[in-house]
Design a binder for this molecule. Structure first.
Ligand code: NAD
Ligand code: TYD
Length: 332
């Protein structure tokens, strides 16, 4: 298949591009990425020489950039491009509304005009927080952060394009991903790299919030499956089935790295901090998917990757990230 991947220089997008080129010899990929602070060409250095891969620097909000990408005549578009960090959405929400909502609209319209299959990469955060039990695909959308609200807006636009224009579109809503190439603003790479730098780890509130961790390669397999076998108009939840409180997660990281609880710095909680995310994944399981990676193994593998790839994360932490981090935490 000829696949237009947006946001392919980010964390999940770059893992997905590698996955597809590895698993499907006949597939070709055009990666449309704006290269924001989160987009890093290094993430796809190893496929740059592959004749089945090409890159276009561009913005999904700009009609001309989108038209140029669709002129390549993709058979499907997968929209990974987004502003993705909840804390940044609290500080500066506008970019989230622009890229996550307007950008999705631009891609939907182009896909509809050209009859191209559309896969929206969404998140379990659109459902909001759930104290117990799990959200199903038909649960109400109750997003609590500007990030989650922008992603929910995008999902509703996708639905409208299916219902109104008959667009062949599907949505994948996954839980928190972790693994190689994740920007070190997100909790796992932030904590691992802070510890490697000899810093403490800033744990919000009392560390009681719960996230369901999904290894990125397991999500890539799920997205690949939905791309090829998902039914038009359907939504598919994808979760790792491995719920951990942030304190338990932090303790696991400390144990793997041979460090103690004195490395934890409790910091004020995030405003509107969702207590728990949990999704019911029976629908995608009925397509034959299940996660392969257990949390302990995936976390060890992730810590090993960050240990062995300082050349990847040091420039990030000494560059754009440094000012952002110092403003938030001072010298923690
Ligand atoms: P990321 O922040 O690592 O990467 C985002 C990518 O999108 C970057 O390469 C960036 O340059 C690009 N981008 C941003 N704005 C753009 C624009 N206007 N035009 C073109 N490119 C643009 O994100 P990620 O963690 O890989 O997440 C990818 C997708 O998966 C997002 O849609 C996110 O909402 C969703 N998601 C992420 C997680 C997670 O745990 N990371 C979980 C569920 C869903
Ligand atoms: P994060 O990786 O930002 O993902 P999300 O907010 O999309 O779930 O955060 C995961 C959890 O870790 C979340 O409950 C907030 C918490 N957290 C901290 O305790 N300290 C931090 O420095 C960060 C970035 C997150």
């Amino acid at each position: 298949m000829r696949l237009l991947v947006t946001g392919g220089c980010g964390f999940i997008g770059s893992n997905f591009v590698r996955h597809v080129l590895r698993e499907h010899a006949e597939d070709e990929v055009l990666n449309l990425d704006k290269l924001t602070y989160a987009g890093n060409p290094e993430n796809l250095r190893e496929v740059e020489g592959d004749p089945r891969y090409r890159f276009q620097r561009g913005d999904i909000c700009e009609e001309e950039d989108v038209a140029q990408a669709f002129a390549w005549e993709p058979e499907a578009v997968l929209n990974f491009a987004a502003e993705t960090h909840v804390d940044r959405s609290i500080a500066s929400p506008e970019a989230f509304v622009r890229t996550d909502v307007l950008g999705t609209f631009r891609l939907l319209r182009a896909a509809q005009e050209r009859g191209v299959r559309y896969v929206q990469i969404s998140t379990d955060e659109v459902y909001g927080s759930i104290p117990e039990g799990s959200f199903r695909e038909d649960s109400p959308l109750q997003p609590n952060s500007p990030y989650a609200a922008s992603k929910a807006g995008a999902d509703l636009l996708v639905r409208s394009y299916v219902m109104t224009y008959g667009l062949d579109a599907v949505i994948v809503r996954s839980s928190n991903n972790y693994g190689p190439y994740q920007y070190p603003e997100k909790v796992i790479p932030l904590f691992v790299t802070n510890l490697l730098e000899g810093r403490k780890v800033p744990l919000y509130g009392e560390g009681k919030n719960v996230r369901d961790w999904l290894f990125v390669e397991d999500n890539c397999r799920a997205i690949d499956l939905v791309l090829r076998r998902g039914e038009t108009g359907e939504i598919y939840n994808v979760g790792g089935g491995q719920e951990k409180s942030n304190l338990a997660l932090t303790r696991s990281i400390l144990e793997i790295m041979g460090m103690g609880e004195e490395c934890i710095q409790y910091v004020p909680d995030r405003p509107g901090h969702d207590l728990r995310y949990s999704v019911d994944c029976s629908k995608i399981r009925s397509l034959g998917w299940r996660p392969f990676t257990d949390f302990e193994g995936g976390l060890r593998e992730t810590v090993r990757w960050y240990r062995e790839n300082e050349d990847w994360w040091r420039p990030i932490k000494n560059g754009e990230f440094r000012r952002y981090y110092l403003e938030r935490y001072g010298d923690i």
